[in-house]
Design a protein around this ligand. Structure first.
Ligand SMILES: C[S@@+](CC[C@H](N)C(=O)[O-])C[C@H]1O[C@@H](n2cnc3c(N)ncnc32)[C@H](O)[C@@H]1O
Length: 331
């Protein structure tokens, strides 16, 4: 890093509000209104500081519908000198400074409030979920493509993240020896158990668990599936990282979600946080988790379809090379 660049970075972060913003963004991406609420400052003021950080190459934004998300740039995360500065900023937010500790607490409260909002939605809509999930495209088309993505072979262990009513455990049932689906919602899990019993799927279990930290050994799953879950999460990349941790060498992760869209009402009425994902974004999560993005399927709605949601299926693979796998889990 040149002296000029170093100086411009220090000038950008060398101010209280901007340093607090950087400390927050080291924890994860945030919308401008979340930053405003956490800092207790006006939106114009926060936006002005964010612009200064962006001009110094430290932050970037991306708009999704009515929401603007801010995050630390890839360059700042990967350049060794900038990454060292970010580490120091992150360490400060774990310090005993009263303001930074309060910001961290508010960050945690903001994330918890989002998660509670989504959980309340699933609690209220558990019984309706099988009808709601059909709002996108004919479900049978998607399911056929998802199962095909896993290949023709029979495998040992199947894990479904955010299993909901257990549908993925059901449609993959004749492919695996043992299946386990995790979910945070007890209402969803009750339905999943009833559905599995009805479908005679005795070799799968529905268990309570947070998909960000699952009670499973690293390298224990052949296939992991995450179907229509990531758009509810504040950190979808972390969910992919946890899925990658679970995979055996050569194991496969199947992600099914929406392509980028503009249906803002899904946020207000259906607790979505993200309006779909691009291939590039999914590839960047794979890269960060040591997975290879092997295949992408795009299922577009018929042109006369009103809702116009395109469903994507991404097939990601863990390297068969054990050394690459080791460095992945060490990262
Ligand atoms: C839209 S439903 C999808 C269910 C299922 N995959 C399907 O396709 O029918 C999303 C599910 O993710 C679950 N979920 C959300 N956050 C979670 C978390 N952190 N850990 C585990 N499950 C989570 C919700 O409770 C909900 O059941």
């Amino acid at each position: 890093m040149t002296l000029d660049l170093t100086l411009s970075v220090f000038r950008a972060i060398g101010e209280e509000t901007r340093l607090r913003i950087m400390a927050l963004l080291t924890k994860g991406e945030l919308t401008v209104s979340e930053i405003t609420t956490i800092l207790g400052q006006s939106q114009p003021r926060v936006s002005r500081h964010l612009k200064i950080l962006a001009d110094a190459g430290m932050t970037e934004r991306h708009r999704e519908g009515a929401w603007m998300f801010y995050r630390i740039t890839v360059k700042a995360q990967t350049d060794p000198s900038l990454a060292a500065i970010l580490d120091a900023v992150a360490a400060m937010s774990r310090s005993e400074d009263r303001i930074l500790v309060r910001d961290s607490e508010r960050f945690a409260q903001s994330r918890a409030a989002r998660a509670a909002q989504a959980a309340a939605y699933f609690q209220d809509n558990a019984k309706e979920w099988n009808r709601l999930r059909r709002l996108h495209l004919p479900e049978s088309d998607i399911e056929k493509r998802i199962v095909n993505m896993a290949g023709d072979d029979h495998f040992d262990v199947f894990v479904d993240l955010g299993t909901g009513t257990g549908r993925m455990l059901e449609i993959f049932a004749d492919r695996y020896e043992a299946g386990v689906g995790y979910d945070l919602s007890h209402e969803m899990l009750a339905l999943a158990r009833a559905n599995l019993e009805k479908a005679n799927v005795g070799h799968a279990q529905a268990r309570h668990g947070d998909l960000f930290s699952l009670p499973m050994e690293p390298g224990s799953a052949d296939v992991v599936c995450v179907h229509q879950v990531l758009h509810y999460l504040a950190e979808p990349d972390e969910a992919v990282r946890e899925a990658a941790r679970l995979l055996k060498p050569g194991g496969r992760l199947i992600i099914s979600d929406f392509a980028p869209h503009e249906l803002e009402f899904l946020r207000d009425e259906h607790a979505h946080r993200r309006l779909g994902f691009s291939d590039d974004e999914v590839r960047s999560w794979c890269d960060a988790s040591g997975l290879d993005l092997k295949n992408v399927e795009t299922l577009s709605p018929a042109s006369n379809e009103k809702k116009k949601l395109t469903v994507k299926i991404w097939l990601c693979e863990a390297p068969a090379d054990v050394r690459r796998l080791r460095s992945r889990s060490a990262a």
